[in-house]
Design a protein around this ligand. Structure first.
Ligand SMILES: Cc1cc2nc3c(=O)[nH]c(=O)nc-3n(C[C@H](O)[C@H](O)[C@H](O)COP(=O)(O)O)c2cc1C
Ligand SMILES: CCCCCCC(=O)C(=O)O
Length: 385
């Protein structure tokens, strides 16, 4: 189906519509792999089980608009990893996007290029990183890297990404083991025959690794379980022999925020992996509140997890984030209509963010400050921040 409207088509008016319709097009095992998370899904998703933390945290903050402002010229642009982008948003790295649609990571890339938006690429991408970035129109790309036992393979991929033009690296630090995702066990999740990870393990058919769940076996074999201390320790990577612009992907506590600064990371992404690793961790937005006092102004702060609306982006920025990311909306867009579905997701978020900024009385991103939000308390009173 063609995306006829710029910010909606005849059946999709917001990301929640896209989630429903995109999800309905995927087969059960893939849909649940993408949509669900660890154990009882307390952290990740509203779509499944009532109020879930990552998304509902945004509803605890109310916007306090200002009026009598000159809004004749609106500028939503900002800078991420040194590049000017259309608005303070990008896609988080998510694995195996061709399971959602054959366009896969190339479809996401083309949509990001068209809308001058940041794209994060998973090291478990099913398309070659060089092909993915070949669609760039100058928009930034960030390569995500898990810590592997095979340091040589890691460095090889990092160098490939740098040579191809990736601007930075997201170093994922919360996944020495995969979380317990019950859907994967129940559905006997397996990747289709012939699937490869052309960036991490070029030329290896990973479907040979079946043990009921080849994905988990491969992950266990490949991943370095001793993230720190080990040959991959933060300090080691911080020496920048082979690392260009390094962002610590996934921080749960202010303690680890402080470590990111100490070890010289160029930025942090506050994330709980979309609730897919450890269930019952707090929402990323609540963690943002904890980390802003230690990191703001020292290194850029990004946040992901549960961002589904332009108002969510606005609230995160007001609470101190420099930019936002989201994972599943790209997947839902792909599943709905390939590259065009991802464009639709981006257009919706962009238009909602611009509208929110203007209606809150801000003409540009720096004007989004914490006075413009307040915390809704359990007794219904609003707490100024
Ligand atoms: C299906 C799926 C696959 C993911 N794969 C990766 C990955 O390969 N590497 C990584 O660092 N994070 C991965 N993530 C986590 C995302 O980067 C991001 O933190 C998360 O999707 C944000 O939550 P949201 O989906 O609610 O926006 C994945 C998330 C999902 C949903
Ligand atoms: C062997 C492939 C493992 C992909 C794991 C991707 C991921 O982080 C996820 O949350 O799923």
């Amino acid at each position: 189906m063609a995306n006829r409207g710029k910010t909606h088509n005849e059946e999709v008016y917001c990301i929640k519509d896209l989630a429903q319709l995109g999800s309905s097009k995927m087969k059960k095992a893939y849909r649940e792999y993408y949509n669900e998370g660890a154990m009882d899904l307390i952290t990740p998703l509203i779509i499944h089980n009532g109020l879930r933390e990552n998304e509902s945290a945004y509803d605890r903050y109310m916007i306090r608009p200002r009026v009598l402002r000159d809004l004749s010229k609106l500028d939503t642009s900002t800078s991420i990893v040194g590049c000017k982008v259309k608005f303070p948003f990008g896609f988080s790295p998510t694995a195996m996007q061709t399971l959602a649609h054959p366009d896969g990571e190339e479809g996401t890339s083309k949509a990001c290029a068209k809308l001058n938006t940041l794209m994060g690429l998973s090291n478990y991408s099913t398309k070659e990183l060089e092909k993915v970035i070949s669609h760039s129109t100058g928009n930034p790309y960030v390569m995500q890297m898990s810590l592997l036992k095979n340091k040589k393979a890691m460095i090889q991929m990092i160098k490939r990404a740098e040579a191809a033009g990736f601007k930075a690296l997201f170093l994922t630090l919360d996944a020495p083991y995969l979380g317990r995702r019950l859907n994967e066990y129940r559905n006997k999740f397996a990747v289709p025959e012939g699937m490869e990870y052309p960036n991490l393990f070029p030329g290896v058919d990973v479907t040979n690794l079946e043990d009921g769940n080849g994905l988990r076996l491969l992950y266990r074999v490949a991943t370095d379980h001793a993230l720190f201390p080990s040959t991959h320790q933060h300090g080691d990577l911080g020496q920048r022999e082979y690392v260009y612009h390094l962002l610590q992907n996934i921080v749960y506590t202010s303690g680890d925020g402080e470590l990111a600064i100490k070890y010289g990371f160029d930025g942090i992404v506050i994330s709980n992996h979309g609730g897919r690793q450890l269930d019952s961790v707090p929402s990323s937005l609540d963690v943002l509140r904890e980390i802003v006092p230690v990191a703001k102004g020292k290194i850029p702060i990004a946040v992901d997890g549960g961002i589904r609306r332009g108002t969510d982006i606005f609230k995160a920025l007001a609470l101190g984030a420099d930019f936002c990311l989201a994972g599943r909306p790209a997947i839902w867009g792909l599943a709905y209509n390939g590259q065009e579905g991802v464009e639709l997701a981006l257009n919706l978020l962009y238009d909602e963010f611009k509208t929110c900024m203007a209606l809150a009385g801000c003409k540009n991103v720096p004007e989004i400050q914490k006075e413009l939000v307040s915390l809704l308390q359990p007794d219904g009173r609003l707490l100024k921040l």
